[in-house]
Design a protein around this ligand. Sequence first.
Ligand SMILES: Cc1cc2nc3c(=O)[nH]c(=O)nc-3n(C[C@H](O)[C@H](O)[C@H](O)COP(=O)(O)OP(=O)(O)OC[C@H]3O[C@@H](n4cnc5c(N)ncnc54)[C@H](O)[C@@H]3O)c2cc1C
Length: 392
Amino acid sequence: MSQSGSPMDVLSLPRPAWMTEDLVLLEEQARRFLDGEFVPHIDAWNEAGIMDRSVWTKAGEAGLLCASMPEEYGGAGGTFAHEAVINRAIALAGLDSFGAPLHSGIVAPYILHYGSEEQKKRWLPKLATGELIGAIAMTEPGAGSDLQGVKTTARKSGNGYVLNGSKTFITNGQHANLIVVVAKTDPKAGAKGVSLMVVEADHTDGFRRGRKLKKLGMDSADTSELFFEEVKLPAEALLGNEEGQGFVQLMTELPQERLIVGTAAIGMIERALRLTIDYVKERKAFGKAVIEFQNTQFVLAECKSEATIGKVFHDHCVERHIRRELDTTTASMAKYWLTDLQGKIVDRCLQLFGGYGYMDEYPISRMYRDARVQRIYAGTNEIMKLLIARSL
Ligand SMILES: Cc1cc2nc3c(=O)[nH]c(=O)nc-3n(C[C@H](O)[C@H](O)[C@H](O)COP(=O)(O)OP(=O)(O)OC[C@H]3O[C@@H](n4cnc5c(N)ncnc54)[C@H](O)[C@@H]3O)c2cc1C
């Protein structure tokens, strides 16, 4: 196994076995593109509270969207490994707010795995170019962890459906124009009454975007409220060939979503360590560099050890997922443990920056704020522990 050559490769680990030569090239290409095209705009986007719409088409042109979708539907014909490489590059670049991992790794797979041939041809190529931006609307003001409690309904009407309800905290909410909505087609049937409905937001009367929500972190993520009032949908808006499959579809796809969050966590941990090691080598106190204090060395030695353990476990999960062998229990462990670790390591790194670590102009400060939500979304870490406990 060869060593990875990135300046961000702060862990003394060989490349994982699943990292083939074409993935090494993809990693370099992604890093160059993100550093050149996106990183210089991060501050402006954070100030604006949203990234430019053009990031999506630029990312599409650069081959960074839907890399694991088959070529016949406009994707790059890769595997989950391609998504993992791109998502790590996004995290290493400090683009924590970019919703592309959700677009490519969560929304597109719903269409690929459950859509009809017509639906796949209609939506996937445009998701790959960034003409369409995906969102997944599960959470409602009254139902987050308990998804069976959603109140949004898709009522049968003639040949189609009428959608009513409101969603909140939806990633890509302002830009999204292809929204997978969790709705009840049979409100009395519990989990068996849940279906996934696809809304083409550009051409839909009764659909309205609410507030772009102000948040603790991820400043340029356009997390938003969405409203559906008597939205008329054609029969083809239903994902899958029969109603009531939504819950099973969600449970099948959620392990990948959880691993995607784990990849972001490990990427952000690597970035935090790199930034911190560079800083403590420069910063002087009591006549010596901060890294020369034994405390600094011990803290960073602990962080590097735990990050290494986390990365090895993460790569084990990716490798199993490429073989389609990642189970819900292990994916939940990855999400819970890696995001907890991220919170802990970023906090300890920030401490080593002293007062500068609290200043917005230092990326470690933003990373501290951005890290917090990782333990909440994609299923809270408490829900992850419930899922793990089922295997005991
Ligand atoms: C920035 C951001 C982006 C998001 N993006 C999306 C998105 O794109 N799409 C989407 O659908 N949602 C999204 N969410 C929503 C997110 O997935 C939910 O916030 C999350 O699932 C928790 O739901 P909740 O907020 O309703 O909390 P609640 O379910 O009300 O939970 C409150 C607390 O109770 C705990 N709890 C709940 N049930 C149990 C239990 N059985 N046992 C023990 N503890 C429990 C929780 O862990 C939590 O600590 C996003 C959220 C944020 C903040």
